[in-house]
Design a protein around this ligand. Structure first.
Ligand code: OOG
Ligand code: MG
Length: 263
């Protein structure tokens, strides 16, 4: 149920926007609004994205988060969430990311989808999603919670656009049915050392199920996944903290290696 006035929603979005642009952590939104509903949290997220689009940044994709046990356990929130990727978040494969613009970045390996056709409504199956997919590709997501100590609850992380900060897309797109995405292995290395391993099925049993869930979640607000949408399906492993000087790479079976570093 929506209870907050639009001016309160805009004020909270402005607060998160300042935290993000100054790279200064803030207290959880639910410390200010203890009864914040999920619905109002998405309204704050929407207002935050409108600050970006109002400044001329295009929406470049959508994301799902908290779709694997490893991720849910790490942040102690056990419900999947959706967020919006805007222009300026994407960095080229192998790029060096300025740490000064971020608070306490973490990196996680993901399998991304690019849709060919619109996906709409609840009840879509993995097959429906695969039928409507142009290609899948490996990705890294750089998350950076705007909250102190990366500590949040469900409404707070939704309002913060699901900790979105940067993302890196690999260079080996594959047709969605070329391989069984459930058994695609991922190896995550930080500074050359193995830090995590995973498989596609870590995400809701099949990464395409994450896209189906996104369509169902959007349906609740009368929206769909348009054709040509880039979708991050969620971290396959827990996220790994990054400091200036660190390099991270994800080797994703059949999808090549994707990497970035922090300066
Ligand atoms: C929330 C964002 C989660 C994922 O892939 O699970 C996410 C967070 O962990 O800060 O992007
Ligand atoms: Mg993610």
């Amino acid at each position: 149920m929506s209870v907050l006035s639009q001016s309160k929603i805009d004020e909270l979005a402005g607060h998160l926007h300042r935290a993000r642009s100054h790279a200064e952590p803030i207290d959880r939104i639910t410390d200010r609004c203890p009864d914040l509903s999920t619905e109002d949290a998405y309204r704050i997220q929407n207002a935050l994205c409108e600050i970006d689009t109002g400044a001329g940044r295009r929406v470049v994709g959508l994301k799902m988060g908290l779709t694997s046990r490893a991720k849910m356990k790490q942040v102690n929130v056990d419900e999947p969430i959706r967020g919006v990727l805007v222009e300026g978040m994407e960095v080229p494969d192998g790029a060096a990311i300025e740490s000064s613009g971020l608070i306490h970045p973490r990196v996680e390996p993901e399998i991304a989808f690019v849709t060919a056709r619109e996906l709409a409504g609840p009840g879509l199956t993995v097959d429906d999603v695969l039928d409507a997919t142009d290609f899948v590709i490996g990705a890294l997501e750089v998350i950076d919670s705007r909250y102190q100590g990366f500590g949040f609850d469900l409404p707070s992380v939704i309002a913060d656009n699901c900790s979105c900060a940067r993302f890196v897309v690999g260079s080996q797109p594959l047709p969605p049915r070329r391989h069984d995405l459930r058994t695609i292995g991922v190896v995550l290395r930080k500074n050359g050392q193995l830090v995590a391993t995973g498989a596609g099925a870590a995400v809701l049993g099949h990464p395409a199920a994450s896209v189906a869930m996104l369509a169902a979640m959007l349906d609740r607000v009368g929206a769909t996944i348009p054709p040509g949408t880039f979708v991050l399906t969620g971290g396959l492993t827990a996220a790994v903290p990054m400091e200036p000087g660190d390099t991270v790479s994800a080797q994703v079976q059949h999808l090549g290696t994707v990497s970035c570093s922090f300066i």
